[in-house]
Design a protein around this ligand. Structure first.
Ligand SMILES: [Zn+2]
Length: 154
């Protein structure tokens, strides 16, 4: 893989990983679904009822390390879980799918995982970006410049 985050410690041992322990059957879990590539279960500290996680069945610390087949299965599973939540009696007026990559981004378990968070009208949860308040529109030239700096590395 390419460049890593600056100042980040790498090489986290999967022996100490709580998600790997779950996969090995060594830790308690509220399982929702599992296949050969991914496992979905309830977040132990839910931000809302129905808050679920999807993890690859192999220890990848960073998003960019996740092998394509696992990535694909993570999002397919997330879609399946969301549909199931909508069919259940769990309140869900919308959903946030998010993945925190790196400690500074809020990643707490160093085994990459995708959150599925049901949202309810007026739930007041501090998630998502509000384009209405505070965030101003950037000039096209500035946006083109940022796009170019990313594009030339693809
Ligand atoms: Zn792990």
């Amino acid at each position: 893989m390419g460049k890593k985050y600056q100042g980040m410690e790498v090489g986290y041992m999967s022996d100490n990983c709580i998600f790997c322990k779950i996969l090995k059957g060594e830790a308690e879990v509220s399982l929702i679904a599992q296949n050969d590539f991914v496992t979905a279960f309830m977040d132990l500290h839910p931000i809302q009822e129905g808050h679920a996680l999807v993890i690859p069945n192999k220890h990848f610390q960073w998003f960019q390390e996740i092998e394509p087949v696992y990535l694909e299965e993570m999002f397919k599973m997330a879609q399946k879980i969301q549909a199931a939540i909508l069919n259940s009696d769990i309140k869900c007026d919308g959903t946030n799918f998010f993945l925190s990559d790196g400690e500074v981004a809020g990643q707490e378990v160093m085994h990459s995982h995708l959150h599925i968070c049901p949202r309810v009208v007026n739930d007041g949860l501090p998630m998502g970006f509000s384009h209405g308040g505070g965030l101003h529109e950037w000039e096209r030239e500035k946006l083109d410049g940022v796009a170019m700096r990313i594009r030339k590395e693809i």
